[in-house]
Design a protein around this ligand. Structure first.
Ligand code: NAD
Length: 359
């Protein structure tokens, strides 16, 4: 059955990088991938046309799509919008909420060719391949009650850190299944020495473990996990954690790779419908210059093929094509180093496409 893909270029460098990723998607179609690709507006560019960062038409298309490829949203021209509901990032949050995208997959991969780009010693990060599974729709970012109010004559700010067993179980299952497909090691990150909600988190992970006997489950407090990520990151295979800890740890892990322009991400719901996007933002400082790195977006297409479209061979082919281009010494400016050849966004797209076809 033909599946629908929605491409949402967004703002800033979004249109430049999704254009290159769309070419790879078209090459997959030429090799038999049975998808129908449509485009839509989101973020600031949607606000400019429709007065909304997530127009009804885009939401309808998103709901009907098996997978969404998103560039990035945001830019200084929309930062002064007083109505926070109209800000570009609300477009993203609206998509996550409406599609129930609770499972965020954030790989941190250091390509051996780019190990020098990390702030850590190359031997600590060369070949690094971690998958952080972050719960995305619950936890302290959404818990009620929340607010700022006056108590005993002073202002008090408060939030609620809450997870139900079923919320923990469904993200736990995503992580266990991910570990089964990878190195079979799962580290659950919590703060069970202090927070009851994560005592429950740990209990649920333990309860699930016997169902995945091939996966080795371990637990780590979040403060130790932060230390271990910068001390010896290669000890990790899959990590699973709640929304806030995952937010922080996945950004730290991303930086271990030294190149934000290389990192894809996925957000999935229970039916495997997913939104795929680079980890970086809309980079307004370089938008329109034709120098943005399209590889994170191209690698997001690979994740889409693997996790929503069940096409692992095509996914691997894209990843191998990216590896080949790096082997050949081609780099966009953000990852350039001595002895490499700096290319534009479109030239990088050309090279990946050529490598994809030649493999
Ligand atoms: P950013 O990731 O956009 O940029 C940080 C730095 O990295 C900049 O110097 C930028 O030029 C560079 N960079 C990022 N992606 C690159 C790429 N593909 N190739 C080459 N260089 C790249 O983060 P920021 O500057 O904090 O945010 C800029 C805008 O993006 C803001 O409006 C922010 O709200 C938005 N943002 C959006 C998302 C998203 O859409 N998911 C995520 C983060 C930030």
């Amino acid at each position: 059955m033909t599946q629908k893909i929605l491409v949402l270029p967004g703002d800033g460098i979004g249109p430049e990088i999704t254009a290159q990723a769309s070419r790879i998607l078209a090459a997959c179609q030429a090799r038999g991938l049975d998808v129908e690709v449509d485009e839509g507006l989101v973020g600031g560019s949607a606000y400019d046309v429709h007065g909304e960062p997530l127009p009804a038409e885009t939401l309808e298309k998103a709901k009907a799509a098996r997978a969404i490829l998103l560039g990035a949203v945001g830019g200084p021209q929309w930062d002064k919008l007083e109505d926070l509901a109209k800000r570009p990032e609300k477009g993203l949050l609206g998509l996550r909420k409406n599609l129930g995208l609770f499972g965020n997959l954030r790989p941190a991969i250091t390509y051996p060719q780019l190990a020098d780009a990390s702030s850590l010693k190359p031997e600590l990060v060369a070949g690094l391949d971690i998958m952080i599974v972050r719960e995305l729709t619950g936890g302290i970012y959404f818990g009620q009650p929340r607010g700022i109010e006056v108590r005993n004559g002073e202002r008090v700010g408060f939030n609620t850190y809450v997870y139900s067993e079923s919320e923990i179980e469904r993200i736990g299952r995503v992580a266990f299944e991910m570990a089964q497909k990878r190195g079979k090691k799962l580290c659950s990150v919590d703060k069970a020495n202090v927070l009851e909600v994560t005592i429950l988190w740990r209990e649920v992970m333990e309860r699930l473990a016997p169902e995945y006997p091939d996966v080795e489950l371990s637990h780590m407090y979040v403060d130790n996990a932060a230390m271990q990520l910068v001390r010896a990151p290669k000890q990790f295979d899959v990590m699973v954690t709640g929304n806030m800890f995952g937010d922080i740890l996945s950004d730290a892990a991303a930086m271990l790779t030294g190149s934000i322009g290389m990192l894809p991400s996925a957000s999935l719901n229970e039916s495997g419908q997913g939104m795929y996007e680079p980890c970086h933002g809309s980079a307004p400082d370089i938008a329109g210059k034709g120098i943005a790195n399209p590889l994170a977006t191209i690698l997001s297409v690979a994740m889409m093929l693997r996790y929503s479209l069940d096409e692992p061979a095509l996914a691997q082919r894209i990843e191998d094509a990216v590896g080949k281009v790096l082997d050949d010494g081609l780099r966009t400016a953000d990852i350039a180093s001595k002895g490499t050849r700096t290319v534009s966004t479109a030239e990088m797209g050309d090279a990946v496409l050529a490598a994809f076809e030649a493999l």
